[in-house]
Design a protein around this ligand. Structure first.
Ligand SMILES: [Cu+2]
Length: 164
């Protein structure tokens, strides 16, 4: 009898965890598609109150046989959005703005990630809060615009790693 109760209790825990897992995976693995372009899991680390700068990361996939340039981006949460590269320079990580944006190779992809190429949300008008979705418009060559949302994750380590 006790065994039976314990068994059904365990089963309901499994069911609840499965639902939670599904919800989390859906929120984290969001992606957007437009024509030959796919933007996979755009996200931002949460920021502390008063922070004026945030970061943004994502994977951009180009399914077309021609390279496509990502010219820039904008967000209502920031005065402007810049693309930066990051490289080692005499043992020091340095960021460089990419004023021309970046090229997504033909049938290829570009990964923006902590410690690598990234977006910077400059002049934040509010903190980025864990689990919120921040609108971001990506502007590609040829005038193609893509609206995505940055999913804000609690990633203190990523924010610290990004400071320069
Ligand atoms: Cu930067």
């Amino acid at each position: 009898m006790l065994n039976r109760i314990a068994g059904s209790f365990a089963r309901s825990i499994v069911a609840v965890s499965a639902i939670l897992l599904l919800t989390t995976v859906t929120a984290l693995a969001h992606e957007y598609a437009s024509g030959p372009l796919k933007v996979v899991h755009p996200w931002s680390p949460s920021t502390t109150p008063g922070a004026t700068v945030g970061a943004g990361y994502m994977k951009v996939v180009n399914l077309s046989p021609a390279p496509i340039r990502l010219l820039g981006a904008s967000s209502p949460a920031a005065a402007r959005v810049e693309f930066h590269s990051m490289s080692m320079d005499g043992g020091v990580m340095r960021m460089r703005p990419l004023p021309e944006g970046l090229v997504v190779p033909a049938n290829g992809q570009v990964q923006l990630k902590p410690g690598g190429m990234h977006m910077m949300l400059i002049g934040l008008n509010r903190p980025l809060t864990e689990e919120e979705l921040v609108p971001l418009t990506l502007i590609f060559q040829g005038g193609l615009r893509m609206d995505v949302e940055l999913y804000v994750e609690n990633m203190g380590a990523a924010v610290n790693a990004h400071e320069h």
